[in-house]
Design a binder for this molecule. Sequence first.
Ligand SMILES: Cc1ncc(C[n+]2csc(CCOP(=O)(O)OP(=O)(O)O)c2C)c(N)n1
Ligand code: SF4
Length: 280
Amino acid sequence: MDERVYDTKKRPVWCPGCGNFAVLTALRRALAELDLKPEEVVIVTGIGCHGRMSDYVRANAFHTIHGRTLPLATGIKLANPNLTVIAHAGDGDAYAIGLGHLPHAARRNIDITLIVHDNMIFGLTTGQVTPTTPQGVKTKSTPFGNPERPLNPLLLALASGATFVARGFSGEADHLKELIKQGILHRGFAFIEVLQPCVTFFNTYQLFREKVYKIDGSHDPTDFEAALRLAQQEDRLPIGVFYRVERPTLEDYFAYAMSPPPALRKPQAPDLSKTIERFR
Ligand SMILES: Cc1ncc(C[n+]2csc(CCOP(=O)(O)OP(=O)(O)O)c2C)c(N)n1
Ligand code: SF4
């Protein structure tokens, strides 16, 4: 399918050079290469610069409140499991205000894909610290340097039971597209963390260029211990699939309530004839 099918023709308002452009291109291409029809896809976004994804991908879209993409995406998937549901969140969205939802989506293994646009800063609100901002970095809210050690999202996703854990880099758009395709095809919760610079408030291009490398074929993605070891690397930043296993999904366990799923049930109008008769 031609990727232009997924273009809403709206001109992105992101700053020139923002990492979000590469994620947008990678996502549109992934959807087109998987031959998914726009009406079969739902994009759920939170509040933040990344939240504009729902304006720029021509599919069903739900732009929800800050931090709540995962509950929304979970509800949509349970209501209609035939849909391909892709949730987008910023690092502020996913790891600060919305953090409580991540471990639960992972352990439930709901069949959705979460793409976290991790620019290590609050972009939309003009540059405050987030849980993934490196220690010591000066931001608007940490003018003397961030005093906190950053969260490791990959370790969190692995420890919470995610069945697909990957990391991409906006500077490697083709590689990212392949990760997104694999995440969508994975049956279960697919967690994709994307390293992407916020060129205006925390330009990490140089840092990522120096540290990022692709995981090679010697890594066995079914090996949990090996995934944990990779996820702990800090001096260099591996990108690729860290972990992938098959496990029944939340929808499988809900089978008793899913035939048919709520959104596909034919609404049955109640028989009001007797009530109406009383008023004749
Ligand atoms: C409940 C709530 N709290 C705070 C805000 C203010 N706010 C808007 S976007 C944002 C953070 C954006 O950062 P991130 O999620 O990392 O996304 P980015 O803009 O970097 O893509 C915050 C705190 C809000 N909109 N709603
Ligand atoms: S502020 Fe940062 S994240 Fe937001 S559009 Fe500009 S570069 Fe991108």
